[in-house]
Design a protein around this ligand. Sequence first.
Ligand code: SF4
Length: 64
Amino acid sequence: MNRIVVDFDRCEGHGLCEQTAPEVFRLDDEGELHLAHEEVAPKDERAVAAAVRVCPVAALKVRP
Ligand code: SF4
């Protein structure tokens, strides 16, 4: 199963990933990003790929 890799040095808490795939990405009250799970379930693949594309600072990747 593919995994989500977050570059936390790049992440600026814009939250676009959360808007795109809220079942996977969540920002806390301090704007810090949390993943519901690192592994990308088949049902989440499209939403996660979209979140990777919309991140304005390219902080997200999906790796095998
Ligand atoms: S869209 Fe990118 S910068 Fe914004 S919270 Fe998600 S990973 Fe961080």
